[in-house]
Design a protein around this ligand. Structure first.
Ligand code: PAF
Length: 282
């Protein structure tokens, strides 16, 4: 696996692969890779001949009081995992390479609709930062396909919408969430948890499952189900940010006749914010 830091080197390496007739798969990440990321790279390898990954902790998608400074940077370990997963090219730009005009002067991509509420409500500007960096990366790599985790379900919806709306010829593939044995969704932010918090954390997924059971049993008082879920999270030591039942395709508020629902939750344990979701097909 070759690691490059500049757009020029990236474009040259991708152009060589294309000239050999290879289909390009892409996995953008912020690094500190775990088995969930490895699954994305492996999926890209099944669907494409040449797999590009990027590691860039994107300042544009962090709020002023968020964890940009402390976000784990583990390049050497990440490179080993990428090699083992079959990645061919790694792009690790620095901030000046990605935003040479500075971030204030940077043109932005904004995706209305699906960006509103949920994480978009709690983290103002977050999805503009994600949409902007992903659009830039797509323009740099010009992949045939790109793979994203379903754990960040709203992010996946934002990326699907921007590709559709901006006519970007990249197929977007969602990959199911990878979980620990106790159900906790793998996340780079799990590393912030103390052992005691780590033991509490699976309650988020357990709560989503309890709510899903009630939906499957026919309950449709969504507000009451959400309120009970928040209380369950509080009892388990979380400070809930949101817990909402939405229609899975549009992310609109759920309605009684919907057949594909998704329960999305975000909650703090201490200062660590965890997110998760669970689809419910009725
Ligand atoms: O999901 C992530 O790791 C990031 O939001 C992404 C898609 C790499 C954009 O910075």
């Amino acid at each position: 696996m070759n690691t490059v830091k500049t757009v020029r080197e990236l474009r040259a390496a991708v152009a060589r692969a294309r000239a050999e007739g290879k289909r390009i798969g892409f996995v953008p990440t912020m690094g500190n890779l775990h088995s969930g990321h490895v699954a994305l790279v492996e999926k890209a390898g099944q669907r494409a001949d040449f797999v590009v990954a990027s590691i860039f902790v994107n300042p544009l998608q962090f709020g002023p009081n968020e964890d940009l400074a402390t976000y784990p940077r583990t390049l050497a370990a990440d490179q080993e995992k990428l090699v083992a997963a079959g990645c061919h090219l790694l792009f690790t730009p620095d901030v000046d390479e990605m935003y040479p005009q500075g971030m204030v002067e940077q043109s932005r991509v904004s995706v209305p609709g699906v960006s509103l509420g949920l994480c978009g409500g709690s983290r103002p500007g977050h999805f503009d930062g994600v949409a902007t960096v992903v659009t830039k990366l797509f323009n740099m790599v010009q992949p045939d396909l790109a793979v994203f985790g379903e754990k960040d379900f709203q992010q996946l919806a934002v990326i699907r919408a921007l590709v559709r709306d901006l006519n970007i010829p990249t197929q977007i593939i969602g990959e199911p969430t990878v979980r620990g044995e106790d159900g906790l969704a793998l996340s780079s932010r799990n590393g912030y948890l103390t052992p005691e918090q780590r033991a509490q954390a699976p309650a988020l997924y357990r709560t989503l499952n309890q709510l899903a059971e009630r939906l499957r049993a026919g309950e449709r008082d969504f507000a009451a189900i959400e309120a009970d879920g928040k209380r369950a999270l509080e009892s388990a030591g979380f400070r809930p940010d949101y817990l909402e039942i939405r229609e899975a395709g549009s992310l609109h508020q759920a309605a009684a006749g919907d057949s594909q629902l998704i329960i999305l939750g975000a909650a703090f344990i201490g200062t660590t914010r965890l997110i998760d979701n669970l689809s419910v097909d009725l």
